[in-house]
Design a protein around this ligand. Sequence first.
Ligand code: 6MZ
Length: 340
Amino acid sequence: MMEDVDDFCFDLPKIELHAHLNGSLSDQCLKKLNCMDESTKEYKRIADVLDKTERTLTECFEVFNIAHRATNTVDAVYKATQSVIRDFYLNDHVVYLELRTTPRAEEGMSKEDYVSAVVRAIKENNLEIIVKLILSIDRRHSTEESLDTLNVILKMKTKYPDVIVGIDLSGNPHEGKFNVDLFQKARDNGLKTSIHCAEIKNDEEVENILTFGPDRLGHATFLHPSFGGSQSNWDIYCKKKIPVECCLTSNVICGTSKSFQEHHIREWIKSSLPFCICTDDKGVFCTSLKKEYEMVVEHHGLEPKDLWQISYNTVDYIFASDEIKTRLKVKLMNWYNSHE
Ligand code: 6MZ
């Protein structure tokens, strides 16, 4: 095995399962796509937010608004998707990516146009990276709006069944709530489910989500009792053992985790519970999947060979066919054998 952790973490073929499209845009891409007049007060306010290296969860959501301004046409959505895919492959050696994004209507662009533009960029990708799409419901939206989005998602899933694989619930965790009926309908229509869960302390909602039993959980920050979760929810979790998408830098920057060391991934490692390592919003949090892997070595005492195992285990949590799982496992085995 390669000794240098930096090289190892780059070279290891990695799987990214929790990446929001508009949060993953690099600064350069945002600047290129953003046609705002730099002399305006609004531009200055945005630049101030972007320049901050530590942001509260609420401030992060301001950054998403900025990214949304930059992706408000079909062409910009297409280019943004292309750029994020390239970035994950070329700069991070991600070989399988599940990108997620919230279908959004803007003047001159319907939610369907938005999704079609993302799918087109995914289908036209000719790099050695497999890309699938998870579509998000924003928890801030009303039931009516969420139902409208779900109907668009189901329609687009019928049109692009080989690309659209799942549905997610995301958005500001301080607002809205988990609507089980919506996600049951999605599940009944063949979509896999990944739900942002316990990003802030909210035991009642966590119980509802765990009872529903999604295929994966996003964050799960306040789920373990030593991180403020209730014992009864933890007991349900331990029976279901749902894979958790851990996003260390995002949680530390947003202040929901005290530090990299004091991150709840610790409990998942300690008890061999299922988890994967993800970036969340690599643009907003100035991170990469390689860096996230390095953080786990640095702060949680793992060896490079453990990272290989994490990447290998992650294959079992993806929302794609068994044929793709086998292909990825072969790729990882070959990589292992050639790096021994
Ligand atoms: C919850 C998040 C998030 O969908 O426009 N999003 N939701 N918690 C997080 N942790 C920090 N990071 C991103 O990408 C941006 C959207 O993803 C969700 C938010 O709804 C945000 O507006 P898309 O591509």
